[in-house]
Write a protein that binds this ligand. Sequence first.
Ligand SMILES: *Cc1c(COP(=O)(O)O)cnc(C)c1O
Length: 385
Amino acid sequence: MAMIKDNRTIAAANGIASDSAFGAVTPPLYLSSNFAFREFGQAQEYEYSRTSNPTRDLLADTLSKLEGGAGAVITSSGMAAVNLVLCLLRPGDKVIAPHDCYGGTYRLLSALANKRHFEISYVDQQDDTAMAAAVEQGASLILVETPSNPLMRVVDIGKMSQHAKSAGARLVVDNTFLSPALQQPIALGADLVIHSTTKYLNGHSDVVGGAVIAANTNDVAELRGWANMIGVTGAPFDSYLTLRGIRSLYPRIERQQETAMAVAAFLSQRPEIRVVHYPGLPSHPGHEIAARQQNGFGAMLSFELNGGLEAVGRFVAALKVFTLAESLGGVESLVAHPATMTHVGMGEEARRAAGISDGLLRASIGLEARTDLLADLSSALTSIG
Ligand SMILES: *Cc1c(COP(=O)(O)O)cnc(C)c1O
């Protein structure tokens, strides 16, 4: 596809009509675990699906192109992708991670640091003085999540890239919340991009998967080696479904973020709500950075109910269109309660330090009609007021 310039075309059409056996328009799904040798001592292009597989490779190629990387490794989950990146570290290496990072990432980083696989410091990355002080102690890897989960704090990736360069560290950006349709961290200075493809990339809440995209070929080779050694590469069927999801990524997320903006504006007017966190609102502290480094404000938001845990219980029980569930980025609208769901593993103290209160709810806006979503929120809020 030498003439393709727009990522929308890559998302919709990478690998289409490339089947040399039958001319299938949709690329075939290769479930086979192994591939026959051409002759004794001579393998064909593929040998064994843990190492490489044509369906998974097509997904890797698509994601690498969309993120502007040198290559990608497809993993069995987003956490496997995070863990794969941590395989690049040695004992004594220093990792700087956001103090309000994804709960599962926080749990993994803390557990491995406790076993002395590396040293970890959690930093409020919006605070440049704190960040500079942490980097001064030395760093091998700086992890960024922007916008952050669940408070939608925006971190300046270009600035983080300068910190990483000054420390000789790799900059890793978890791009799950926006997808390459809305943010391209490698162009902003990231060395590695992580995805939970479970979310926007697959987009239909029927696959758990992950990916790491690397800016340089050495990192691609090292990550591929580790993924094969520890056996965390993703299943071909999951890759097939994720590719199918990516074909509609751009129109999905464009429509979802339009609705999210309307939901955020609506919630901001309601007396039952203390604060709405959505980078698309001009009042959001990260609005300007988001406007500069993102191609859109995304479809995730969070908000704090005035009545705390008790109000959360009644509000969630009254919702009829939104579903109470973990995860995000699907075609269906969801709410989650971080304190008892996604961020329970973080512990109360760390949650409080990160600003995740008991009244906070996170919403993932789907593809339902905006009028139905607003009506659902309105009647649930009225029921608690
Ligand atoms: C969901 C998520 C992960 C973990 O991905 P899984 O596919 O659930 O393993 C990592 N980072 C972020 C930001 C996520 O939302």
